[in-house]
Design a protein around this ligand. Structure first.
Ligand code: ABU
Length: 470
């Protein structure tokens, strides 16, 4: 007798999931306080060894949900992702039950065609006539593969003989670029010391003249400028580097041009804001995370490249014939870093199919409208100070009540942020900009409204007042 999975158990888990999803939409601040490891360990049996009943397992799932941060909640403004996507969730669930792998067409026939369709669509949005691409494990991974492709252009032998006795390659990123680009330099054998961090202007945008001068200096020293990354939506400030100008400079100096649009790539779908990425068609590669501004569950990211042969070249090794049989043009594993790979493209395909181009544009415009509304509320407040004008969905500001000395400011801002979590159930992040601690509010939840932002600032002001009275 074949033992089929216990459908009653699955139904019970399903109803826990549905309740968890519904709770996000109750207008309660359901971000629980962040539990200490000791609290979790006291209440939750983490140990492995003994077997357990399905009733126990349901309890473990319930407790897991209890201890999880409710990132789908309206009052979660902490990361570059937030909210709940019905089609995204459907894609995740179908991915789990079909449990396939993207390496070969024979394993994932329909998912392969979906991924190819998405890559074609995303390439065209970027402006690559005949691009290629692959879904990756996140923006960091996309940035790494982009750098590997760039390295190949300058040192094609490195794939086989390694990097010894080769001229030194040097890359360029802005001071506000994501740390994954430094990691990529380490992992590609370039070395983090060979990544030059170009200064940014007061708003956090790479200074093009400094980049040009730096490229010239590197050449004078006899080294090879091989890679420049512009950031389309910096992690902390949400600022866009001057992509057009950087693209021209890279073309002139024959340098691989990468756009790290992990955060801001989805603005290409907005009729109103795609101008922020203008010139991205001049790039050689482009990282884009749909789990950020498009609301897909984590992770859902792609690296798109202009040269449609490069991904196959840099991933070409021997010993693969046990897996790949007769469909070299359809087996996507020839172009990916991973062997086993989830069908992350399914959730994005479902989202895009359901919403369509024009509604996606409206939805992204709406997120920016919310960000501008939050900016207005910051500007109206006598105790809040905007770091710089809002360009995408990052609102960075610090709290400075009149009587508070500048010396205590950084500490005070973190204190209020922590109190927002513990007393109001609202989660917003903080970061340092030019040594000043500021709060970073992100408006990336499609279900959020101006009313929710009013509430956020009301709660923030009341906490500040209360703290000053203590
Ligand atoms: N690229 C990861 C960004 C993390 C965050 O700031 O939400």
């Amino acid at each position: 007798m074949i033992k089929v999975p216990d459908t009653e158990f699955l139904k019970e888990i399903n109803s826990l999931i549905i309740n968890f999803i519904r709770d996000n939409y109750k207008d309660i601040k359901s971000i629980s306080s962040i539990p200490n490891p000791s609290t979790i360990k006291n209440e939750f049996d983490l140990s492995l060894g003994k077997k357990h009943s399905l009733r126990d397992m349901k309890n473990f799932v319930e407790q897991y949900l209890k201890f999880s941060v409710k990132t789908g909640n309206i009052h979660f403004y902490n990361q570059l992702f937030s909210g709940f996507s019905m089609m995204g969730y459907t894609g995740e669930a179908i991915t789990a039950v079909t449990n396939s792998s993207m390496y070969t067409y024979e394993m994932s026939p329909i998912a392969t065609l979906m991924e190819k369709e998405l890559i074609k669509k995303m390439s065209l949005k970027i402006g690559y006539e005949e691009g290629d691409g692959t879904f990756v494990t996140g923006g960091s991974n996309g940035n790494f593969i982009a750098m590997l492709a760039a390295r190949h252009r300058y040192q094609p032998d490195a794939c086989d003989i390694g990097l010894q006795n080769q001229n030194q390659l040097v890359g360029f990123i802005s001071q506000d670029a994501h740390y994954s680009l430094l990691k990529a330099a380490n992992h590609c054998g370039i070395g983090t010391n060979n990544m030059i961090q170009i200064p940014v202007d007061k708003n956090g945008r790479m200074i093009i003249d400094k980049l040009e001068q730096s490229i010239i200096n590197v050449k004078k020293d006899g080294n090879i400028p091989f890679f420049v990354a512009a950031t389309a939506g910096t992690t902390v400030r949400g600022i866009f580097d001057p992509i057009n100008q950087i693209g021209d400079l890279c073309a002139y100096h024959k340098i691989w041009f990468h756009v790290d649009a992990s955060w801001g790539g989805s603005l290409l779908l907005s009729d109103q804001y795609r101008y922020l990425l203008s010139g991205c068609d001049k790039s050689d590669s482009f990282s884009w995370c749909a789990h950020k501004m498009l609301g897909a569950p984590i992770t859902c990211s792609a690296l798109i490249v202009k040269d449609k042969s490069i991904l196959k070249i840099i991933n070409n090794v021997s010993g693969t014939d046990y897996l790949f049989h007769d469909k070299p043009n359809l087996d996507l594993g020839h172009s990916s870093l991973q062997c086993g790979r989830r069908t992350d493209s399914l959730k994005l395909w479902l989202i895009w199919k359901y919403i369509g181009d024009s509604k996606l544009s409206i939805k992204i415009n709406y997120l920016i409208k919310l960000a501008k509304y939050a900016e207005k509320l910051v500007n109206k407040s006598p105790i809040l100070h905007l770091i710089q004008p809002v360009e995408s969905l990052n609102i960075c500001f610090y709290i400075k009540p009149q009587n508070l000395s500048t010396k205590n400011l950084n500490h005070f801002n973190v204190l209020i942020r922590d109190k927002l979590i513990s007393e109001k159930g609202i989660m917003v992040n903080y970061a340092k900009i030019n040594k000043k601690t500021c709060l970073r509010l992100i408006t990336t939840n499609f279900d959020s409204t101006e009313k929710h932002l009013d509430q956020f600032f009301k709660d923030l002001h009341s906490l500040v007042e209360k703290q000053l009275q203590n």
